[in-house]
Design a protein around this ligand. Structure first.
Ligand SMILES: N[C@@H](CCC(=O)N[C@@H](CS)C(=O)NCC(=O)O)C(=O)O
Length: 205
């Protein structure tokens, strides 16, 4: 199977970490792809996904699985199930909900980044940028204040969180999250002891 990715994508990083942790990386060919708002990529839209987002997992039979959560769940199932996403019960819904929050925080940071980096300067909307950033920041505060996610055995929500923090380092390096959120800082340091987390760091982090 093939995974479309970019070394800077926090969503692709999540899937790469999951694949390593599940022992599946050697079954996946990583295929670099370039997608960006306002840049046409007809081949990707046609062959992979009309949404022109990465990552996407292309199975050997041609089925394309989109969205990093779906791909993570697929890989988890392939590895036997219940490894990174609990199979049932309250633990499952907790991990899925926390993952969805962190996914939304990462989406919000990406939208803020696009607003700052891609929008023509004369159209930059500061109120909208600040609002997106605030969603991510409030999310980090939420996990600092509900820290049980930080110390349990590895799961998909934790992987998403380390990728969100890594993206904050990569694109918003002076935001000061470490000082504001010391428990998240300690969690991030612990996670960096895993090879999967270390080898997938964004290039300039
Ligand atoms: N919900 C999606 C989000 C994926 C996403 O936004 N990926 C970014 C790269 S980090 C992308 O492809 N952006 C291109 C675009 O929006 O045009 C997922 O989890 O896979």
């Amino acid at each position: 199977m093939k995974l479309t990715f970019s070394p800077t994508s926090p969503f692709a990083r999540k899937v790469r970490i999951a694949a390593i942790e599940l022992g599946l990386l050697d079954r996946i060919e990583l295929v670099a792809a370039s997608v960006s708002p306002t840049q046409a990529n007809e081949a990707y839209a046609h062959d992979v996904s009309p949404l022109r987002k990465l990552p996407a997992l292309i199975l050997d039979d041609g089925l394309v699985i989109v969205d990093s959560y779906n791909i993570t769940e697929y890989l988890d199932e392939l590895a036997g199930g219940g490894k990174l996403i609990p199979a049932s019960g309250p633990a499952r819904w907790k991990v899925k909900t926390e993952h969805a929050m962190i996914q939304g925080m990462t989406d919000a940071m990406l939208l803020a980044r696009y607003e700052a980096a891609l929008r023509p300067k004369e159209f930059f909307w500061k109120g909208w940028y600040d609002d997106q950033w605030d969603r991510a920041w409030q999310g980090f505060a939420r996990f600092e204040n509900h820290p049980d996610i930080l110390t349990r055995p590895l799961d998909a929500a934790q992987i998403a969180l380390v990728c969100a923090l890594g993206y904050a380092d990569f694109r918003f390096s002076d935001c000061g999250w470490r000082k504001a959120f010391p428990k998240l800082d300690a969690f991030h340091e612990r996670m960096l002891q895993r090879d999967s987390v270390k080898v997938s760091l964004p290039p300039q982090a």
